[in-house]
Design a protein around this ligand. Structure first.
Ligand code: G3H
Ligand code: ZN
Length: 277
């Protein structure tokens, strides 16, 4: 399949009243697992690369981006490519060269006015390059970003932010938290409903690995559309690799233990897609 523009996948999911899973790829095998999971679930998905993953790859976007794009093109599932949590504007601008359908400009730790100005500029640049642009709004004065526990997005401010920036998707702080190892987050469902009523664009939930299935279903029903999942894949991968290494202390061929790790990630992807559909 050709790469599908992210905006199309998000719009389609919204019309169908479901969420679209956006899964973080750190290595080639993550992208393969996302494709495998989406194929197994018979549903679309977004492969996303974060600025942190780019830093891990010696600050080079190209190698991982090209690999993810090629995996998507070789899959029978509808897949899009998204560049996530970008603070570095230089990196943001590289996205136009590698098949990305969307970028998230992350100004969530900036003061409100600075976030508006920087996001507006990112949106203008993104739109001239045909990209769907996501941004994030946490809490005025919030020091730990939008996804620290307890941080909440104000619905009125969200509406003003969307109008002022022209952004296409908005990540909001409603009780989820990045990198949770258990699924115990409790979302603020009345707030999701309020924000969804205050803005016309699709909402994005970050830190979804820590959100229980039923909470995710309710969040989608209340207006969340793009559901970002990262840590859950790594929990699956690392658990399977650990198990393999413990069972075969003499193994040295990485394909032996990466294969079950990749399978475990594919299962996680298929599970989340099922919950969101
Ligand atoms: O942007 C990526 C996500 O928010 C992933 O968060 O690793 O907690 O699932 P997570
Ligand atoms: Zn995130």
């Amino acid at each position: 399949m050709p790469l599908i523009p992210t905006g199309e996948l998000v719009a389609q999911a919204r019309v169908e009243g479901r969420g679209v899973g956006a899964f973080n790829a750190i290595c080639l095998e993550h992208a393969e697992a996302i494709a495998m999971g989406a194929e197994a679930a018979g549903q679309s998905a977004i492969i996303q690369i974060s600025e942190n993953a780019v830093k891990f790859h010696r600050r080079q976007l190209g190698p991982l981006a090209v690999a993810c794009a090629q995996v998507a093109r070789g899959s029978s599932a509808s897949l899009a490519l998204h560049l996530d949590h970008v603070e570095d504007v230089e990196l943001l601008r590289q996205s136009a060269d590698f098949g990305f359908g969307s970028v998230m400009y992350d100004g969530s730790t900036l003061a409100y006015d600075e976030n508006v100005a920087a996001t507006r500029e990112a949106v203008q640049w993104g739109h001239t390059h045909g990209l769907w642009v996501e941004s994030e709004l946490g809490e005025v004065g919030g020091k730990d970003g939008a996804h620290a526990p307890g941080v909440r997005t104000n619905p009125f401010e969200a509406a003003a932010f969307v109008t002022a920036t022209g952004v296409d998707g908005l990540a909001v702080a409603v009780g989820s938290s990045h990198a949770m190892l258990d699924r115990s987050a409790a979302l603020d469902h009345p707030l999701i409903t309020e924000i969804a009523a205050a803005v016309t664009i699709p909402l994005v939930l970050h830190g979804s690995s820590g959100v229980p299935d039923e909470e995710l279903r309710q969040a989608v029903a209340a207006g969340m559309v793009k559901i970002n999942v990262g840590t859950a894949l790594n929990i699956g991968f690392t658990g399977a690799v650990r198990e393999y290494l413990a069972s075969d202390p003499k193994v040295v061929d990485p394909r032996k233990y990466i294969s079950p790790g990749r399978e475990a990630m594919a299962d996680v992807v298929a599970h989340f897609i099922g919950v969101l559909s």
